[in-house]
Write a new protein. Structure first.
Length: 571
């Protein structure tokens, strides 16, 4: 049931009806897909037309922050609504106006949520940024993104000493730097907020810088409806309901943080739970889940792979939902969570350019390792190189009509926008297979899949087999140039704590794989090494691939690198 329906305007009513439909059809995926319709909106401001309406006189907990030192903060929906009004009035007094771009670089602190809501109310465009960005990264974002305002914590503010530009500077916490204004002053602003007018639904709202491999990240632009309304599908995939306590382990600055730590929970009326720790501690995390009664946990596979090293059954969690996102989930991880908690770890798929497009929502029988099925409102196809629909090919979104949750385009690049959205499909650059029941199975990035002896090899399939070995914590597979076979699969392996990187361990892993992989898929080379990752935690296979090409060209091998021919036992 939507909140305060008698006080709601037509935009609120349309949004609430779409939301309520998905909540009512939780567990009935076919019916949800058949009956769901995106709300048709001409004007919409999510913070004013949804959040404030839901928050009116609502004392339920909206935001719950727990820190590793034992301190915690809780705020109701009504408190967050009132606080964001004060911040909006204060930002307006500092010159923030509709259409202005604001670089927001904060950790998981309460002002992050207050400021984001306030910016939406003002019609400003928020550009979330991770606190790990360098001065060079910030210079690029300020210049290309045409930022008019910057808000950062004390550590981040120091990096802007090297970033020229005509922009306001607001500092959250710490000793105030010269030239910066203290965010604490916003507490004295009036609580009553009056918008300067209605907000067109297609006005810009968010500007994300992608973390791709190009020299300059693309700038992904979302609108006042594409992210807030689009994340109804994310709410449905996560299975969130009013009253849930949802922990999403993700850093601010990335699309997934906005997915699961902002829009989807508050679309549902759930509590956003935040656990701050300088370094991820699995035992502390598990203790907190139990103590605070967290009901829903979403984390990237890298976190799940650490959690399953513990005996999960020792922690009597109250979780009803366990979700992974960011990279495909390996079947071994899914099985370990099921064995420990009796929960099925569910995967989902989307991009910075979209909301959740494919997933395993509650009620859909999970097939371990599958991406799931298309979400309500998304029509997905697999395309071959000739744009023909196939059972294996590039994952693509039908654009006639385009789903609301898809981006408006790439800011400042009309050519890339036209290439992405100007045709019949938006192509994701990810490759998948479809089975007879409509489930999609991830194969890999279009540029990660490779050929060995003329066979197509999916790195993900081999990596899933690798982490089933008891000594392996993480693995990445890339092609290693070979004069006869063109390329052979090579695995870069990270071992679990207490395991030894040695010839004996390498032999044991290779023998283990022989019993699980067809001969043409076998890993022929193996190296124990740390895996390069993006600052969002994704493995950079492209970097491993480039390094492997260079090594083979030089005829070099690593000190902890082993080849199949090194082992007479394998002949």
């Amino acid at each position: 049931m939507s909140a305060h329906p008698t006080a709601a305007g037509p935009a609120t009513q349309a949004f609430a009806e779409a939301r309520d439909f998905l909540l009512a059809h939780r567990g009935r995926h076919d019916a949800a897909c058949a009956g769901f319709r995106w709300p048709q909106l001409t004007h919409f401001n999510w913070a004013l037309d949804w959040f404030d309406v839901w928050a009116r006189d609502n004392q339920a907990t909206a935001l719950w922050v727990v820190n590793e030192d034992g301190s915690e903060q809780r705020f109701s929906f009504a408190q967050i609504s009132a606080r964001s009004n004060r911040v909006a009035n204060w930002l307006r007094s500092r010159g923030v106006k509709r259409g202005d771009r604001m670089l927001l670089m904060l950790g998981n602190v309460v002002p992050l949520w207050e400021i984001t809501l306030a910016a939406i109310k003002l019609g400003a465009v928020v550009s979330p940024a991770t606190t790990l960005l360098s001065a060079d990264d910030l210079r690029d974002r300020v210049q290309r993104g045409q930022m008019r305002h910057v808000i950062a914590d004390a550590a981040g503010a120091a990096r802007f000493d090297e970033v020229p530009g005509d922009y306001t500077r607001t500092q959250v916490g710490g000793t105030l730097r010269a030239g910066w204004t203290d965010y604490a002053a916003s507490a004295d602003a009036p609580e009553l907020f009056m918008p300067d007018g209605t907000t067109p639904a297609n006005d810009p709202l968010l500007l994300y810088f992608t973390s791709g491999t190009t020299a300059k990240p693309k700038m992904v632009l979302h609108t006042q409806q594409s992210y807030p309304v689009g994340h109804l599908t994310t709410m449905y995939w996560l299975g969130l309901r009013p009253g849930d306590v949802h922990l999403n382990i993700s850093s601010p600055g990335w699309g997934k943080h906005a997915w699961s730590s902002f829009y989807a929970p508050w679309n549902a009326g759930a509590t956003i739970f935040v656990l701050n720790q300088a370094r991820f501690d699995p035992k502390f995390t598990l203790d907190t889940l139990v103590r605070c009664g967290v009901t829903s946990l979403c984390a990237p596979p890298t976190v799940w792979r650490v959690l399953i090293l513990e005996d999960l059954a020792k922690w009597p969690v109250k979780l009803t939902e366990a979700i992974g996102a960011g990279e495909p989930l390996n079947p071994e991880v899914i099985e370990r969570v099921r064995a420990g908690w009796g929960l099925t770890l569910r995967d989902g798929y989307g991009q910075t350019e979209s909301t959740c497009m494919v997933g395993n929502p509650p009620g859909l029988p999970v097939r371990a390792g599958s991406m799931g099925q298309p979400m309500p409102g998304y029509r997905m196809v697999l395309l071959d190189t000739e744009d023909r629909e196939a059972d294996e090919g590039e994952v693509a979104v039908t654009l006639q009509p385009a789903p609301v949750g898809l981006m408006a385009g790439y800011a400042g690049d009309a050519e890339k926008t036209e290439a992405a959205l100007g045709g019949a499909y938006y192509r994701t650059s990810d490759v998948a297979k479809r089975d007879a029941d409509g489930y999609l199975w991830y194969v890999g990035r279009a540029d990660d899949v490779f050929k060995a002896s003329d066979y197509r090899i999916s790195p993900f399939e081999l990596e899933s087999a690798l982490i089933e070995h008891g000594a392996v914590a993480e693995a990445a597979v890339v092609p290693s140039p070979d004069p006869i076979k063109l390329a052979v699969p090579k695995a870069y392996v990270v071992l679990k704590p207490g395991q030894t990187a040695s010839r004996e361990t390498a032999l044991d892993i290779l023998q283990f794989l022989r019993g699980r992989l067809s001969p043409f898929k076998r890993v022929r080379r193996l190296e124990f090494a740390e895996l390069p990752k993006t600052i969002s935690g994704k493995i950079r296979r492209v970097q491993l691939r480039q390094a492997e090409d260079e090594r083979r060209a030089r005829g070099e091998r690593g000190a902890l690198e082993f080849w199949e021919e090194d082992f007479p036992e394998l002949r």
